[in-house]
Design a protein around this ligand. Sequence first.
Ligand SMILES: Cc1cc2nc3c(=O)[nH]c(=O)nc-3n(C[C@H](O)[C@H](O)[C@H](O)COP(=O)(O)O)c2cc1C
Length: 249
Amino acid sequence: MKKLAVISCVLMSICSMMSAVSPVIAENTETEYTIDDVKNLQDFLLAKPTEDLSGKNYDLDGDNTWTVFDLCLMKREVIPPDDEQENTLVVYFSRTGNTEKIAEKIVDFTGADIFEIEAKIPYTDEDIAYNNSTCRANQEQNDKNCRPEIAQSVDNFDSYDIVYLGYPIWWGEEPRIIDTFLESYDFSDKTVIPFCTSGSSGISTSERNISELAEIGTQLEGRRFSANADSETIQEWVNSLFVEVKQEE
Ligand SMILES: Cc1cc2nc3c(=O)[nH]c(=O)nc-3n(C[C@H](O)[C@H](O)[C@H](O)COP(=O)(O)O)c2cc1C
């Protein structure tokens, strides 16, 4: 939260500096925005380097500053909500609910469909008691070839273009049931976006495993969240992906 507050302050001061040097803002109803405008404004709000934006008409809500509200309005103009929702699926495995919370937020922000990977033989608390070296989760993670069975399958998997794939980190990697999922479907024309929660471990080993396990159309850089990641953090990430996905189309 502290970091976000600092970023917000920086954004606010950059926004006010910008409005001080910008020319008078034109009527915004005439402007047709493109995905490049969305990227420009997003980069500007994140204080990333941008081209010269003076003269751009990015004050969609008419309050004389460029804020995240302008970005949301612009995004809505560039991509109609229906287009956003139809082809996206959020798939997740979550034994203790942390990853599930993130998955649900992603659905809130994208309007995607959701699918929970559940094990045919559910994981009990004892199964995930990782201090016990012989617990089920530890045995599975120690065996690269283990493929726990999944209880249900995804309906109409072919109809999705974008698949967010969420999981907890178990011993530095994705749980083996994620490997089962990856080997159960054809991802060759999908954009796959991994995300995870963990105590502290990063996502990179699992990203590498995922890329080696399945032939994936496009695998975007994944993101690790803490169990209590706030909505703003998740939304910011989803927005940045939206730009990446659109630029690849
Ligand atoms: C078997 C097992 C192994 C774990 N290994 C790691 C690990 O290597 N690094 C880490 O940061 N967290 C580890 N954790 C913690 C989980 O990644 C973390 O609690 C996660 O948020 C749980 O997600 P979930 O509630 O969606 O199941 C482990 C948890 C379990 C049960």
